[in-house]
Ligand binder design. Structure first.
Ligand SMILES: [Zn+2]
Length: 392
């Protein structure tokens, strides 16, 4: 049996004993088949044992609706419906409870919170938000309500509201939400950057860096803002700062560094960055960018030397792919050239079939970098996978 059922049935079993006792006291000499609630309990247990969960739930709901004292079990049932994806059923149950007269403020708060969860699951975020704001008025529901509100504001990309609620939560729990709040500021900075509001973008970046001084995203954004403002040297400086603190992010900025170095007419800056980045990470991707840079600068022989080293020493498939591309172009013999092209297609297909990013928390894989993982909704957990990992 699913452990959830055991948890659920413990209070039911206790409750049924109490109900049975009460029933016996009230009506001695009643039929030996037992009172309705106890009968319902055993009937539902039988359904559970035969894996007929829906029927078991029907019986329990029907029996428990008659007993106000069973609110906790009703709440557990509603939560169970929701976990099973039966959102409408959970919502109906909780709405029925709210409509009951004489609910204590504590119980009303509990039901409101559960209903807010139903609405959240159903995608009715505005309704959920309103109920949570009400439920948060009760001390014991403040923390879970704020947690769910943060999720709602994240879903709706209401970053200012998310900052407000997450800051309250951070103070309340003493948990470390500063890193996450810094990401919300980065979201706002990106929005302002896209709208051309550079001073506002700068203010958001500054806030992010106060909360999380090593925030890679804020430093990438800072460089972008500097580049957009024509301060390419400062921009390269900002991105170069990632070499020491965030080597995993260097592939994300390498093209930005190249672009700003070109704007300055100083490609040597780019080469210097690449050398430092490769020394810090040994990242194959950066080595291949160096190969392209060398080839574009007319140093084909040096480029080929780097590729051969990668193929020989690291059995690098991407390097082999690039080498075949070089050889195909260099070969005058049409038959050999065709063979190279064929091999190149095979290696190219092997490379393109693989995703490039992975969440270290849940394993979600995607082709682009997500600051918030689409799988587990964690922040800052997705980074580029090494080619060697991609090809395994
Ligand atoms: Zn994840």
């Amino acid at each position: 049996m699913d452990p959830i059922w055991l948890v659920l049935l413990l209070p039911v079993a206790a409750g049924s004993g109490w109900i049975a006792a009460r029933y016996r006291n009230a009506a001695p000499g009643k039929d030996a088949s037992g009172p309705p609630a106890t009968t319902a309990y055993f009937k539902s247990l039988n359904f559970l044992l035969t894996e007929q969960h829906d029927k078991a739930l029907d019986v329990l709901v029907q029996a428990l609706e008659e007993h106000d004292e069973d609110l906790e079990i009703q709440l557990a049932l509603g939560g169970l419906f929701r976990r099973r994806g039966e959102i409408e059923r959970a919502t109906q149950l909780h709405q029925g409870l709210i409509a009951r007269a004489g609910l204590s403020p504590e119980h009303k708060g509990q039901v409101l919170y559960e209903l807010a969860n139903d609405y959240y699951k159903a995608g009715l975020l505005d309704r959920s938000e309103n109920l949570l704001l009400e439920a948060a008025g009760r001390k014991e529901l403040l923390e879970p309500s704020l947690h769910l509100l943060v999720q709602i504001y994240e879903s709706e990309k209401e970053w200012k509201s998310a900052i407000g609620v997450a800051s309250r939560l951070d103070k309340l729990t003493g948990g470390d939400l500063r890193v996450v709040i810094a990401q919300y500021h980065c979201e706002l900075a990106e929005r302002e950057l896209s709208a051309g509001n550079y001073p506002l973008a700068q203010a958001e970046i500054a806030e992010a860096l106060v909360l999380d001084p090593s925030c890679a995203r804020a430093r990438i954004l800072e460089g972008r803002l500097q580049a957009l403002s024509g301060n390419h040297l400062d921009a390269v400086g900002s991105w170069s700062g990632l070499v020491g603190d965030h080597p995993e992010m260097l592939c994300e900025v390498v093209h930005l560094v190249k672009s700003s170095s070109s704007a300055l007419g100083k490609l040597a800056l780019f080469r210097g960055f690449l050398d430092r980045a490769i020394a810090a990470t040994g990242d194959e991707r950066l080595k291949l960018i160096l190969v392209d840079h060398l080839a574009a600068s007319g140093s084909e022989q040096e480029a080929e030397k780097v590729l051969l080293k990668l193929v020989n020493e690291e059995a690098s498939l991407p390097a082999l792919h690039r080498l075949l591309q070089f050889r195909e172009l260099d070969t005058a013999d049409s038959q050999i050239s065709a063979d190279y092209r064929l091999l190149c297609q095979v290696t190219g297909k092997s490379l393109s079939d693989r995703s490039g990013y992975e969440c270290r928390f849940c394993g979600f894989q995607g082709r682009s970098l997500h600051w918030q993982c689409p799988g587990c909704r964690s922040w800052n957990t997705t980074s580029a996978r090494p080619f060697s990992a991609i090809l395994n």
